[in-house]
Every structure is written in C-alpha cells, then in structure tokens.
Design a protein around this ligand. Structure first.
Ligand SMILES: [Zn+2]
Ligand SMILES: [Zn+2]
Length: 311
C-alpha cells in the first residue's frame, strides 16, 4: 500500500471536472435566467438573511462505510507523513547559505561536503576550510522508524519513498536512473533497490493478511456467523488486468461479499509461465515428447499459468 502525503495537492491547470462546451452554454443560460428572476423577487427578510446556513453533513463514502465494519479502528494512513517532507535544492544554493558562516574555533570560512552516499540520502558535513573542524553534520533524510530483516539499521526514508513512487508509476529502477541522469543526482544501485522491493513485499503481505482477516471477520459479524461456521452469503466476482485491451499477461480477480462490498478473497492471474516459454523455444510443440513433458509439468503443479492457458 502506498501512502499519499497529507500535503499533496491536485496539480493546478489540470481540470479534472472539465465542463463540456454544451455544459458551459447551459450553465450560462441558467445563470442569466436566475439573474432576471432575482430582480423580480422581493428583497429577503434581513433577519432570515443573517441566519447562518447549516451545511448538510456530507454523505459517508463507500470506503468509509466499509472501514466502519472493521473491528480495528487503526488509522491506515502513514503516521509519519508530516515528517516525510523533502526539499529538492540546487547545489549552488548551499555556498550562498554558508556565505557568512565562520568556524567557531578559528573564524575561517567553512565549506560544504557530502559523504556516505546511500541512494538518494547522504551525510551533509560543514567543515572549516582552515582547521578542518566539523562545524555541523547531519543526514539528508531520516531513517524509517522500523528495522528491517535484511539490515541492522533501518533504511533512509527518502530511498523507501522513491522505490514506492517508481513502482507505483511503473517506471521501476530504470525510471530512477533516468531521474538521476536528468538532474545530476546519485541514484540507488540495483542491489539496494531489490532489497527495498523485498521489504515492501513483506510489508504488503502482512498488510494484505491483516486486511483480509478484518474483512472476513466483519462479513461473519454482519451475517451472524460463528467463527468456525460456514457463511451463507451472496458474493460477486470482479477482476482487472494489468494493462487494458486484453493484452496483459497478469491480472487479479476478487471475491466480494454482496451485502458489505468487502473483498474477502482474491487470486492473482497469470497467462505467462517462463518454464513453458523456454521449453517451447527449443521443442516441437506438436511432438509426443513435448506433450508428455507438458502433462508432467502440469501434474507437478510447476506451471505458473492459472488462466486461459496459451497451449
Ligand atoms: Zn577552523
Ligand atoms: Zn508452465
């Protein structure tokens, strides 16, 4: 699950609810009509006019109704969101800032250094240019509050946020490299990138198990079913593919409780099996040998295709 920062705003200049030309013309006509009607209407009573208008309570969203069914009311948003605010600054701004700063020992000018670069994070050092006294030292990013299985120290927050962002936009590690090339910034190497991916996956698996458990418990409660009983409910099945146009090799299907709208199970769908593709490249697919191999491949449950088999 990827968190959205609390300070994120919709980009200006992008009208998500753009009115059509006909809609604009209709609105203009209604405005003119209202204007002429207002002239003919009597002046409103000043006492009534001063009364504050009571705004109706907004209707709860479908998502908030579903979350209300959960027994755990834990906030799923990122608790550290306000601390995860970063600045992207040009190198030339640093000397300007340090212009009037002097060493507290010899009063000489200071210089700015970066050390211990780790992906998008590094250690910032302000050092005296004469006596080399360290005047100030800090990391450019805080670390995550939780430790990870693969490292004794938690990773830097900026690196985790970058990996999450580039997974989310589908650009992956190549996208991070491109960003580094464009703005002259050091980028994360492939091995730490993969380590972040593994840790994000571990977190997501735990979150998935927790949310599914909560959803199933909520459905049992709604249907008055004991924990070890069989729920007699109506379900619907929905699905989606990774890319539109029926060209995607991967997708997912969801089992949804009809009454609550909660997802109670899911299956990742794949039309791709690397073993099949490799075997097919070196075999005659119509041969007896290939058919025997394929039957055994299926019997051993090695095949990763679980929908609409390609052969
Ligand atoms: Zn000094
Ligand atoms: Zn296969």
């Amino acid at each position: 699950m990827h968190n959205i920062h609390s300070k994120w705003k919709k980009p200006s200049g992008v009208n998500y609810r753009c009115r059509s030309a006909a809609g604009k013309a209709g609105a203009a006509a209604r405005w003119k009509k209202n204007l002429s009607t207002q002239v003919l209407e009597p002046e409103p009573n000043p006492v009534e006019a001063d009364e504050p208008e009571v705004e109706p309570e907004p209707a709860p969203s479908a998502s908030s109704k579903k979350l209300d069914l959960f027994s755990s009311k834990e906030d799923l948003s990122n608790p550290d969101a306000d601390e995860d605010e970063f600045y992207l600054i040009h190198k030339s701004t640093i000397p300007e800032l340090l212009n009037k700063m002097k060493c507290h020992i010899c009063a000489s000018p200071v210089k700015f250094l970066t050390t211990d670069v780790q992906g998008f994070a590094w250690t910032l050092v302000i050092q005296c240019s004469a006596c080399e006294e360290i005047v100030g030292k800090a990391n450019s990013s805080p670390r995550l509050k939780k430790t990870c299985s693969s490292s004794s120290r938690p990773p830097f927050t900026i690196n985790r946020r970058m990996v999450e962002a580039f997974i989310s936009n589908g650009l992956g590690h190549a996208g991070v490299q491109k960003l580094g090339m464009e703005i002259g910034m050091s980028v994360m190497k492939e091995s730490p990138w993969k380590r972040h991916l593994r840790e994000i996956e571990e977190d997501n698996v735990k979150l998935k198990e927790r949310i599914l458990g909560e959803a199933r418990e909520a459905v049992r409660k709604v249907h008055n079913c004991p924990p070890d009983g069989i729920v007699e409910n109506t379900v619907s099945v929905d699905g989606t593919w990774h890319r539109p146009g029926r060209v995607s090799l991967h997708g997912a299907s969801f089992l949804i409780d009809f009454e609550t709208g909660l997802v109670i199970d899911y299956e990742v769908l794949s039309k791709y099996c690397h073993i099949c593709v490799m075997k097919r490249a070196v075999s005659d697919v119509n041969s007896k040998e290939f058919k025997e191999w394929f039957e055994q491949h299926m019997r051993m449950r090695e095949c990763q295709v679980n929908t609409l088999h390609l052969y």
